[in-house]
Design a protein around this ligand. Structure first.
Ligand SMILES: *Cc1c(COP(=O)(O)O)cnc(C)c1O
Length: 416
């Protein structure tokens, strides 16, 4: 791997800026890793738990223990971790349909939820068994100017009667701040002080292990996420989880399989060893992803690009934004990330018209697990100001190489 002396100088400069942010990320990962390890020990995880079951999957002690390991580590009353949950969106869908009933209102208090939920809620199409199809209403509170949470409007709407307050922690692919768990606690307390019966649900995708505690520690009823993101540690090949209050997780279990069967059935095949090992690694892998994002923020800032968050800014998820400014800049960035991947490094990413998106999108990913964004990956819509959102990286070393490859492509543009 040869990089120009110009780039290597920038790398050293960038690394100098990262020391404090690296220390802070490491401090958090010590706490979260210890909590995960303790959960394994408290639940007396043993080799037999890693085997998995077939057929109906009755009496799968490894599956049941993994649920308890997750619950402990996430400081929740209960959790449900399954290979039958095919994605983060599916986990969220299970949670929404488990908790909401006809006539209820779901109130999203962090603006429009992640794009893949449009058809679930029924904002867009409807007719396919969406929440709207079942007579469940949707309402939304947008962020105020400057990305502030609109507590007054949230209070007003809860007073008028809603069944669920829905919070998306991560900014996802939007230009809005990522919520801290303390902000989530504040929303939760506010809503429940007005209506003790209101449910609070959190989309925790990309949030796991980025802070000392998870939203479940602060009293939310339910949260959900994907195992091909943070909690799968890069090892899980499929899966999702739900965690929260025991009554809420029980409703999710009934919805995941069949009413009356719930969590008693569902064979795990050969997934459990990956789920255990991935969860064990997850705090460390999240640390890798955070350090790569911190380094990239420092490097691209030095190179003159707006970045969000800043190198030493708050990180409540693993997403880093770099404003490339031009279409060629965005394409160059993604080309570099792709060239730094272990799989498919030789292909050239190109913008394409992705279903459901107004502008063409460019994506770079060369991952072991299909679409896993805990592995180094980047995407950006081809529109002003040509922001690229990137996340992940299983190892610090290879992540830095990927970022340097991206920077190299960007420098080529600047130098010509
Ligand atoms: C990834 C993501 C989802 C959806 O997860 P999939 O696994 O892609 O279905 C939902 N919300 C947020 C914030 C995400 O980042």
């Amino acid at each position: 791997m040869e990089f120009s002396s110009q780039l290597l100088k920038l790398k050293e400069q960038a690394l100098l800026r990262c020391a404090d942010a690296f220390d802070e990320a490491q401090r958090i990962s010590f706490i979260t890793a210890a909590r995960v390890l303790e959960a394994f020990q408290e639940e007396r995880v043993r080799a037999g738990f890693l085997q998995g079951s077939t057929g109906y999957g009755y009496d799968d002690a490894g599956r049941d223990a993994l649920d308890r390991v997750y619950a402990r580590a996430l400081e929740a009353e209960d959790a449900l971790v399954r290979p039958h949950i095919i994605s983060g969106t599916h986990a969220l869908t299970i949670g929404l349909f488990a908790l909401l009933r006809p006539g209820d209102t779901m109130l999203s208090v962090t603006g429009k939820p992640y794009d893949t939920l449009d058809t679930v809620i029924g904002i867009e199409s409807g007719g396919d068994g969406s929440l709207m199809d079942f007579g469940i209403h949707y309402d939304q509170v947008d962020f105020l100017e400057g990305g502030k949470i609109d507590y007054d409007t949230i209070a007003q709407k809860v007073k008028n009667g809603v069944r669920m307050v829905y919070i998306q922690k991560s900014k996802g692919y939007q230009n809005r701040p990522t919520l801290s768990t303390l902000e989530i606690e504040k929303i939760c307390k506010l809503a429940k002080s007005i209506d003790p019966d209101v449910y609070v649900m959190v989309d925790n995708c990309y949030g796991e292990f980025t802070e000392e505690h998870e939203p479940t520690y602060y009293g939310v009823d339910l949260m959900a996420g994907s195992l091909i993101k943070n909690p799968g540690g890069g090892i899980a090949k499929i899966g999702g989880y739900l965690a929260g209050k025991a009554w809420a997780v029980e409703k999710c279990a009934q919805r995941t399989t069949m009413p009356g069967v719930g969590r008693e059935s569902g064979a795990t095949l050969d997934t459990l060893i990956d789920f255990y090992q991935g969860f064990f690694l997850a705090p460390h892998v999240v640390l890798q992803a955070k350090k790569i994002a911190i380094f990239a923020a420092a490097l691209f800032e030095i190179m003159g690009y707006p970045v969000n968050p800043l190198c030493d800014g708050f990180r409540g998820d693993i997403i880093q934004t770099v404003t490339c400014g031009t279409p060629v800049g965005l394409i160059a960035f993604c080309k570099g990330i792709q060239a730094g991947a272990p799989v498919d490094s030789y292909v050239t990413p190109e913008p394409w018209a992705m279903p459901g998106y107004t502008d063409p999108v460019i994506m770079a990913a060369g991952s072991f697990v299909g679409g896993a964004s805990i592995e180094l990956s980047a995407d950006g819509p081809m529109r002003e100001p040509y922001n690229v959102f990137f996340q992940g990286g299983l190892t610090f070393e290879t992540g830095i190489i990927g970022i340097l490859k991206a920077a190299e492509e960007m420098l080529k543009l600047k130098n010509c």
